[in-house]
Design a binder for this molecule. Structure first.
Ligand code: ZN
Ligand code: FE
Length: 254
């Protein structure tokens, strides 16, 4: 049994605390800052054993060195970008399995947001830690990759089971929903989801994690090969990579 807790950081970051009680393994995924992580560890009486990083951005690795200095924890990160992960001890990449206590994660290379971005899928817990690659109703900006690369990366995540919970690193859902609805105002399931998101945010609730099955049905960035989305973009018959590029460009301007 893996327990997962959300630690809100900065304006809209989520750091995920992963506790595997059977072994005592305690990991945080993408610690933006050390202080909120330390506060939670103290509240819960836990000792940090691991940091799992998805990519090199400061709002994902900012707490690495301070946490490592205090806990001597093991830092795991992308092999393809090891030089940009502060304090990295273990480099992992596509197809690797990383064992955390009695749980294990399959690693995917998912370049696009950054060139060395990875995702961790704990199949036993049905949990996907995907950093800034896949968001609830969105995807990361293409800072270091091409649309075709990101579409291919998202395809690896889309292939996971519908019941997978998507633990992304930001609360961007409400603005993502506004954009998605603007593309497909007649998409009933999307409209219903957008209303639920508005209600949850009005109550001050988080919208992450979300179920991957729901993302497959409603997230435009996972639907570039759906003829309905191509039609909505005025791109009937276009290649999925081209539709994806157009949707991403439209989001950048939104
Ligand atoms: Zn990022
Ligand atoms: Fe980020």
């Amino acid at each position: 049994m893996m327990e997962i807790e959300r630690i809100p950081c900065r304006t809209d970051n989520y750091v995920w605390l992963v506790h595997e009680p059977a072994s005592g393994a305690v990991a945080v995924v993408d610690p933006a800052d050390a202080e909120p992580v330390e506060a939670r560890l103290a509240t819960r009486g836990l000792r940090l054993t691991h940091i799992l990083n998805t990519h090199h951005h400061g709002d994902h690795v900012g707490g690495n060195l301070a946490l490592k200095a205090r806990w001597k924890c093991t830092i795991v990160g992308p092999r393809a970008d090891a030089a940009r992960i502060p304090g990295i001890d273990v480099e992992v990449g596509d197809g690797d399995t990383y064992v955390l206590g009695k749980a294990s994660a399959k690693v995917f290379d998912v370049p696009g947001h950054t060139r060395g971005h990875i995702a961790y899928w704990f199949s036993g817990a049905g949990a996907l830690f995907c950093g800034d690659t896949l968001f609830a109703l969105g995807c990361g900006r293409l800072f270091e990759g091409t649309p075709a690369q990101m579409w291919h990366s998202l395809g690896k995540l889309r292939a996971l089971p519908d019941e997978t919970q998507v633990y992304c690193a930001h609360e961007y859902t409400q603005s993502n929903a506004r954009f998605a609805v603007s593309l497909e105002p007649g998409h009933a399931a999307l409209g219903a989801r957008a209303r639920e998101i508005d209600a949850a945010r009005a109550r001050g609730e988080a919208t992450v994690p979300s179920a991957l099955g729901l993302e497959k049905r409603t997230n435009p960035f996972l639907r570039a090969d759906d003829p309905a989305l191509a039609a909505a973009m005025g791109m009937e018959g276009a290649a999925p990579e081209a539709v994806f590029a157009a949707v991403r460009a439209a989001k950048d301007r939104f």
